[in-house]
Design a protein around this ligand. Structure first.
Ligand SMILES: *[C@@H]1O[C@H](CO)[C@@H](O)[C@H](O)[C@H]1NC(C)=O
Ligand SMILES: *[C@@H]1O[C@H](CO)[C@@H](O)[C@H](O)[C@H]1NC(C)=O
Ligand SMILES: *[C@@H]1O[C@H](CO)[C@@H](O)[C@H](O)[C@H]1NC(C)=O
Ligand SMILES: *[C@@H]1O[C@H](CO)[C@@H](O)[C@H](O)[C@H]1NC(C)=O
Length: 668
């Protein structure tokens, strides 16, 4: 039930599809192409000259790049990035229209019994904390014992309703103890009883060593110098908001020489349409033909990037700190086969159901006495220790704390900083590539009604931390990455970048020269280790106009005929989307909030034959605020991209289950 609640359009409805399109051909082809360009002959070289100003510069000063690279942006600066193809306006984290929204969360959301747990643990044992017994009114004369119950995800699937297939678990028998117990399992629930009454429960998550089952060997098959690759997402945090709310984490990464992608532009509205390009290199609507045909509910056949790391001999891990809002489980069915060697959903789903505390809007912040985000961080740390002598590819996503509130990431800053410091202390960062990133900025609330808030929504943060040995070995790749940090980039590019990390041969200096050709420059995704063209536009990068931050706009008077026509058209569009659903009220324009004509640039309006307007309106009933980009040609108005909703719909749309229409429908 809970899964249909009040999020504004999180998740994109469970596409229902036919059997297993085999995924490998698409990606195989890509690799064939890639190999062909790397090793394939001289025609490639001819076009190289086009990019000599950006390619594989070992001595950056010689080419006049040092200023660009080491340049610190002053708040007064006019551009975030300025290239031939794209200029993004300058942003200041403490812009005067933004400042008022930035405050430490008023009530510090702490978890119950935070320093009073009845049980404690290390990596091998769980034990009773005698000193905390009084807190639970457990006295000496009572009969006290605890029951250790391990649980796991059964590998065989029987009698499970399709929808719940990813949530399947099985508990093992109870093992009683009254002081301490040795741990041998991955997921554990402990229940304690005094005089036969259940008085306490606590969940425990461990990262035990597992037999490597992915491909029969845990040897890295390719390059022995392979790096661990750890991707850590923090949901819904713009680059500016990362600077505002997590300054310690940012400073740590900066001190270690991380690269920040300043021109990273989202490609879809919410989490899912931005994660699919990152993890699969395709658009959400291409899933149908790639791996989610209509009678296929689960993501089992999808060519996620971790499949490549598996084949290269990596251990793989997938974990999110929420099941309710899980990227593959919110209004979706998740996985039937276990996708990775370490798969956290099984644990989080059970812990959220039985131990979720402090529900704040959409998420449970706490697993009893501990923040869910901290559960995730500790788990990642444990994995790095367990798998120290192997290689790990991990994809981890934090949702609970950051999803709904602009300022809650402040609560996590010290914990993330400490997490990275621990990895540094254990020398883990010496052979590990970390990508800390988000999917988009805050998508609703007061900040979205500001001009900067609109840009922030479209410009999530990305920080990439590479170890010194990487920078020394892959000099050209590293320099290209630094140059690209000030180019227009997308999740599609990150996907290509990850593919390159599977086999580092691709990014050795001499191979980089060969892959830098014109054809390559027009690919939807370009590895960040290769030069991204200076003239790249949103269109070249596959960013819909509605999400594109490169455009400049001119505000129109609300009385102008264009403004009135554009607003009327947006409301017509909304009603036509809802027209098949009689339970949704017909929407009527109540306020024209803003109409901005977007500058087309080159080619000019006359050449392209259309004008483009960004329109924001409010409608009744329900007072929804909607924003869309509309195109006007000589013959018709069309919608460029989807219609965004800027305020929450709450329970207004409870009568409809289509994720997209939920944003628009007012149930009557
Ligand atoms: C719990 O203990 C920590 C560390 O001793 C302390 O900083 C924190 O304030 C305590 N929290 C509560 C709610 O008592
Ligand atoms: C964990 O705790 C147990 C019981 O207190 C102790 O014997 C063991 O040495 C501890 N292990 C580690 C790694 O600290
Ligand atoms: C312990 O007993 C006190 C007094 O009866 C009561 O207020 C408190 O809620 C009890 N605590 C727990 C954890 O049951
Ligand atoms: C961008 O630059 C490339 C390489 O110089 C060139 O082939 C292409 O035509 C340019 N594209 C646009 C849209 O200007």
């Amino acid at each position: 039930m809970g899964r249909t609640a009040v999020v504004t359009g999180e998740g994109q409805g469970g596409a229902k599809h036919p059997a297993a399109a085999n995924w490998s051909p698409a990606i195989r082809l890509k690799y064939l192409f890639l190999t062909a360009t790397v090793f394939g002959g001289s025609y490639v070289i001819i076009s190289l000259t086009t990019y000599t100003n950006t390619v594989f510069v070992n001595n950056e000063a010689q080419f006049g790049f040092s200023r660009d690279l080491h340049h610190q942006k002053e708040p007064s600066e006019r551009y975030t990035i300025k290239t031939k193809g794209c200029s993004i306006p300058g942003l200041d984290p403490y812009d005067e229209h933004i400042k008022e929204f930035v405050k430490f969360p008023r009530k510090m959301k702490s978890c119950p019994n935070v320093n009073k747990t009845l049980l404690n643990n290390n990596k091998t044992h769980i034990w009773v904390l005698e000193e905390n017994k009084p807190h639970y009114n457990i006295t000496e004369d009572q009969d006290f014992s605890c029951c250790y119950k391990a649980f796991h995800r059964p590998s065989t699937v029987q009698d499970i309703d399709g929808i719940e297939i990813d949530d399947r678990i099985q508990y093992q028998d109870c093992v009683h103890f009254d002081d301490f117990i040795k741990v041998t399992d991955e997921f554990v629930r402990v229940l304690c009883y005094s005089d036969g009454l259940e008085t306490y429960q606590q969940f425990f998550l461990f990262a035990p060593h597992k037999e490597f089952k992915s491909h029969g060997t845990n040897e890295i098959t390719g390059d022995k110098r392979a790096y661990n690759v750890i991707i850590m997402g923090i949901d819904a945090v713009s680059r500016m908001n990362f600077h505002r709310t997590m300054p310690k984490t940012l400073q740590f990464l900066k001190n270690k020489g991380s690269v920040e992608l300043v021109g990273y532009n989202k490609v879809g509205d919410n989490t899912f349409p931005n994660l699919i390009p990152l993890l699969l290199g395709i658009k959400e609507n291409e899933l149908k033909t790639t791996c989610l045909p209509y009678d296929q509910l689960t993501f089992d056949n999808c060519p996620f990037v971790w499949e490549w790391f598996k084949q290269a001999g990596y251990y793989t891990a997938l974990g999110e700190d929420s099941s309710l809002l899980g990227s593959f489980n919110y209004l979706k069915v998740g996985f039937s086969k276990t996708p990775t060697d370490y798969y956290l959903h099984t644990f989080i789903n059970e812990a959220e159901t039985k131990s979720g505390k402090v529900k704040d809007f959409n998420s449970y912040l706490c697993m009893d006495e501990k923040y869910f985000f901290q559960v995730l961080l500790d788990y990642i740390e444990d994995l790095t220790i367990t798998l120290r002598s192997s290689k790990l590819f991990g994809f981890f996503w934090e949702i609970t704390m950051s999803h709904d509130y602009l300022n809650y990431p402040m609560i996590m800053d010290s914990s993330y900083e400490l997490f990275f410091k621990k990895l540094e202390r254990s020398n883990y960062l010496d052979d590990t590539i970390i990508v800390l990133l988000s999917d988009h900025g805050m998508r609703w609330g007061d900040i979205r009604s500001t001009k900067q808030g609109r840009l922030e929504e479209r410009l999530p943060f990305v920080n990439i931390l590479l170890p010194p040995s990487f920078k020394e070995t892959y000099v050209s790749a590293y320099n290209n990455l630094r140059i690209n940090s000030r180019r227009l980039t997308t999740p599609f590019d990150l996907h290509e970048t990850l593919n390159d990390l599977v086999n580092l041969k691709y990014i050795e200096d001499e191979n980089i020269r060969f892959r830098s050709n014109e054809f390559y420059a027009f690919k939807r995704g370009i590895s960040l280790f290769f030069p991204i063209p200076d003239n790249r536009t949103c269109e070249m990068a596959s960013i819909d106009d509605h999400w594109c931050t490169c455009h400049k706009g001119k505000k129109l008077s609300k009385d102008s005929s264009e403004a009135i026509e554009a607003a009327a058209h947006l409301v017509r569009q909304l009603n036509s989307l809802l027209s098949d659903h009689v339970q949704c009220a017909k929407l009527v324009l109540s306020q024209l909030i803003d109409v901005t004509e977007m500058e087309v640039g080159t080619p000019s309006v006359d050449e392209v034959g259309w004008r483009e307007f960004m329109v924001t309106v409010q409608t009744t009933p329900g007072n929804g605020i909607f924003e869309a980009t509309l195109r006007q040609s000589k013959v018709e108005w069309t919608l460029a991209g989807t219609i965004s909703r800027l305020n929450l719909y709450g329970d207004q749309s409870i009568c409809i289950h289509n994720y997209q229409l939920k944003l628009y429908c007012y149930c009557q």
